[in-house]
Design a protein around this ligand. Structure first.
Ligand code: PHB
Length: 390
């Protein structure tokens, strides 16, 4: 009795599906948790600019899925906010990947959630060594402080620097920088004549810089998180006349961040740092990256190391999506990330399969005035540096 009618209904449904084609795949959702406002707003901006540069070059669809970027603002170092944003992203938006994370405390707050929700977490900056140990679902596409500061100590010791005063921000990345620099430098016969840890949002470096000057070191070693802290530190270093007293400035590249280098001006000339990316890096990949960055974001800013990590984080996500044919399973995604090798704008990089941390070249650079402005000009390198912090 009813059979013909049911058969008709099936036939109709089949025709409708055929007419529309296969049902469209769900978008590939990437939740980017970063600092988009407040004193660290440059971090979110640069990571997002790097993400946009990648999409500009490689398109907004991968493995048949349209890529959807969802931005969430932590407003600064705010672990509780970061955690709540991650919760929303996994429960409501049902993101395929968590990404971003400029500041270590925000990344540390979210790592346990990546485990609970079984969601891969792609770190695009946060750089204290410990982060990747906090969840098997974390992979880091940026750097670690021990990775970039051990080469600084080696270079300084080999280049006649014997006495150093150390100044770092008082939180995990700063402590990583201080301890790795001291250990490596002392092992090479160097002496740390004094050290101080300053608050993460330190308004005035003058008293700390004066103490450093009074200790009469050959160089001050500095780590502060990129941006405003670097500007404030360099200002005090200049005003207190350390350069005139013959004291060199060395450190991790964060203090002479490309995003603010031009604004810091000639006071940065001659500063020697070690880092994994300089906008002045000379390679075809970096030239193409800078072109895409300018096309996607205008010419108002130059890419810094957070932009390149945003770009490489996207490259990693696209590589995983292709390998899994668009079906993102967290364990399979992590397996695909382990050992992943990319030709980054910064040089060759790969993900250590044991630690899920990045292995990369660390460059020694000096701030110089080039025809295009102030740049960190690379002049030496340490190849295939792993995170020595684990
Ligand atoms: C961090 O919080 O891990 C961090 C932030 C800014 C940097 C480096 C590390 O420049």
């Amino acid at each position: 009795m009813n059979v013909p009618r049911i058969a008709f209904a099936f036939a109709l449904a089949a025709t409708l599906i055929a007419a529309r084609g296969a049902p469209a795949a769900e978008p590939l959702k990437i939740g980017v948790i970063a600092e988009f406002s407040g004193p660290f707003a440059g971090y979110g901006k640069q990571m997002h600019n790097g993400i946009k540069a990648f999409i500009r070059q490689h398109g907004d669809t991968v493995a048949g899925r349209k890529v959807e970027i969802i931005l969430k603002d932590t407003t600064g170092p705010a672990p509780e906010v970061a955690k709540r944003l991650a919760q929303d992203l996994v429960t409501q938006d049902k993101v395929d990947f968590l990404a971003g994370f400029g500041l270590t405390p925000n990344a540390l707050a979210v790592a346990p959630l990546a485990t609970q929700a079984k969601t891969p977490m792609i770190v695009m900056n946060a750089a204290s060594s410990v982060i990747t140990t906090r969840s098997p679902y974390v992979a880091r596409l940026s750097m670690t402080l021990p990775q970039v500061t051990a080469p600084m100590a080696q270079w300084a010791a080999k280049n006649g620097i014997r006495r150093v005063y150390s100044i770092v921000s008082d939180y995990a990345p700063g402590i990583d920088a201080e301890t790795t620099f001291a250990k490596t430098f002392q092992a090479q016969g160097g002496e740390v004549v004094g050290s101080v840890r300053v608050p993460l949002k330190n308004p005035d470096f003058a008293p700390f810089v004066q103490r450093a000057k009074d200790a009469r070191p050959q160089a001050v070693f500095i780590f502060v998180p990129a941006g405003e802290q670097g500007i404030a530190f360099v200002k005090a270093f200049t005003e207190r006349g350390l350069r005139e007293a013959g004291i060199k400035l060395i450190g991790s590249g964060d203090v002479v961040d490309d995003d603010v280098l031009e604004a810091m001006g000639d006071a940065t000339l001659g500063v020697i740092t070690t880092h994994h990316y300089s906008a002045a890096h000379d390679s075809p990949e970096n030239a193409a990256f800078k072109k895409a960055y300018a096309e996607a974001n205008g010419t108002g800013s130059r890419p810094n190391f957070m932009a390149v990590a945003g770009y490489d984080g996207m490259a990693a996500i696209y590589a995983v999506a292709k390998k899994l044919d668009g079906k993102i399973d967290a364990d399979q995604a992590m397996a695909a990330l382990k050992g992943l090798a990319l030709q980054s704008p910064r040089g060759p990089i790969h993900i250590d399969p044991e630690t899920r941390d990045i292995v990369q070249t660390v460059y020694v650079r000096k701030v110089e005035r080039t025809k295009a402005g102030l740049y960190n000009v690379e002049f030496d390198r340490f190849a295939d540096v792993k995170d020595p912090g684990k």
